[in-house]
Design a protein around this ligand. Sequence first.
Ligand code: URP
Ligand code: ZN
Ligand code: ZN
Length: 459
Amino acid sequence: MPLLIQNGEIVTADSRFHADIYAAGETITAIGHNLPVPPGTEVIDATGKLVFPGFIDPHVHIYLPFMSTFAKDTHETASIAALLGGTTTLIEMCCPSRNDDALEAYELWKQKAAGHSACDYTFHMSVTRFDDKTESQLREIVADGMSSFKIFLAYKNFFGVDDGEMYQTMKLAKKLGVIVTAHCENAELVGRLQQGLLAEGKTGPEWHEPSRPESVEAEGTQRFATFLENTGAAGYVVHLSCEPALRAAVLAKQRGVRLSVESVIPHFLLDKTYTERAGVEGMKHVMSPPLRDRRNQKPLWDALAAGLIDTVGTDHCPFDVDQKRMGEGNFTQIPNGIPGLEERVNLLYAYGVKRGSLDIHRFVDAASTRAAKLFGLFPRKGTIAVGSDADLVIYDPAYRGTISAATHHGNFDYNGFEGFAIEGRPWAVTVRGAVQVKEAKFTGTRGTGKLLRREAIHA
Ligand code: URP
Ligand code: ZN
Ligand code: ZN
């Protein structure tokens, strides 16, 4: 059914104006004033609302076998939560373990999502081993449209690669024009520090951060950048959490390394005192890189405002409280992850835009446009223009509410942002012209999300 959004205030990464938007089918076909209403058109009155391009979360885990358990969402629950939070496209990490076959894993991840996601989606393909079969398998996956790789410098013997494998991955990425995303922590140091702390009887979640200190992440970031510099590949640091790692990344950018930076919403708003809370409360906030000392937050906000941090994702990775309890008496066994897929946009708007730390255009850029550009989705996604997909977030800036597990839509039983006040929320959300959220409720069709194939653009 054709769609007309009337009287909204359109805000993109570089423009702001009042106009109507018309989509005859899946894409935007007209933007203008007093657009005609052909018979059979679904009309949404956006008076008093902001109209943003659909937001893109570049770092999500949905299906994930990890730390002896599985992340809790399904593609149905995660995508509905995403849409209610304004995210119309998500990029899931396809994460085989080191012992798995990459192609079989890729097919499995696709199968898990197909017909279940209500929003559009695509994958970063993790390279967790580089052997004789890897190059041909990765070529096949890139030919299928997955034009970004993921490597882990952490999680030794599970997802982690060594320096030789990182080098081989980057050389291939450069040849194929693929961008390499990376979790940057020194695996060896993390392992040694964990053992040392446990040997001293330091077993609670408050010891998670000291086992992966800022210097360990800075070293990983610096090493990743040095390998990019010497292979010519394009790279993207995921979930950068602290000032020393930021400094390493900015220095690399300054000397011309093709490096982009993502930070994730927990690191802007939560700090390590959350992991120091008694019992399971602390465990709920264990993720890697860990929540840091609060002094890191202002440098992150400043770098985001300046565009030195390119994107804000979530690293959505939900586990129930009982799963978190698997690490009682040994913090190294607490499944790592804090969910945020539904909350990211509202938190960034409330604590960035409304508090004056983030210009509204940079907000759109960091939460949508820049990811679209980096990952081969622009201008199909990430903007509002004739010819782009009609992925639109009609945002109610007058809404006031509070985040809570009692009202969230993900398939997990706690919320890391419990009690955070928000100012504004998506009121209606469309994906390729179909209304999926109306009056802040999911009213759409499940399973209609499309797998997005992407050009390799980083030659
Ligand atoms: O704690 C985290 N980040 N869990 C998900 C896996 C990863 O490292 O991205
Ligand atoms: Zn990670
Ligand atoms: Zn992750």
